[in-house]
Design a protein around this ligand. Structure first.
Ligand code: FE2
Ligand code: FE2
Length: 183
């Protein structure tokens, strides 16, 4: 098995079903799409996308960009990836969260942050399902609104990513507005 395939299988095995299928996999697909547009190496983009949430998968949400850097480094080193690639991937993992004050710097950082946000727009009903277990309906609506606006305004920095997501952003906004009128 080649090393990229090995890492793909490793993440697939460790991520819970819904996380792989509805988050990691879409992030990989979007990252590769953006990498093609912005002329970034496909394997580099796929590895960064596969590993961007490894910290969350293994250790929980808190500071998962930082815990993820450490785990990603080990996984990539074990698979004999060159240091330059490892460092680029580590930085993109560190900077993938819009909630952090540091902004993505390189094109790879931006691709991962953008692909991460793009994936959210495809699984909104699933987010709804997860959140509904913990919150009242108006709170869920507020959270969804906050989430899509943060993704749209802060994470989607690449024009190509914004163009792909725009119809979904507008549709979601319209639906949220429709829901809110009954409050
Ligand atoms: Fe994350
Ligand atoms: Fe993510």
């Amino acid at each position: 098995m080649n090393k990229l395939k090995f890492i793909r299988e490793l993440v697939k095995k460790e991520a819970k079903d819904h996380d792989w299928q509805y988050h990691i996999l879409p992030v990989v697909v979007y990252a590769k799409k953006l990498a093609k547009i912005y002329k970034v190496d496909q394997e580099l983009a796929e590895l960064a996308a596969l590993l961007h949430d490894i910290g969350r998968i293994r250790h929980g949400d808190l500071d998962h960009n930082l815990t993820g850097m450490i785990d990603a480094e080990k996984i990539l080193k074990d698979n004999q990836y060159p240091d330059k690639m490892i460092n680029q991937i580590k930085q993109s993992i560190k900077l993938h969260r819009a909630s952090q004050h540091v902004r993505p710097k390189t094109i790879l950082d931006k691709i991962i942050a953008n692909a991460d946000a793009m994936a959210h727009f495809d699984i909104l009903p699933l987010f709804f399902y997860w959140r509904a277990k913990k919150h009242e309906f108006p709170k869920i609506l507020e959270w969804m609104q906050e989430k899509i606006n943060r993704d749209w305004n802060k994470k989607l920095s690449l024009p190509a990513a914004k163009k792909i997501i725009k119809p979904k952003y507008q549709a979601i906004k319209l639906i949220l507005k429709a829901c809110k009128q009954w409050e």
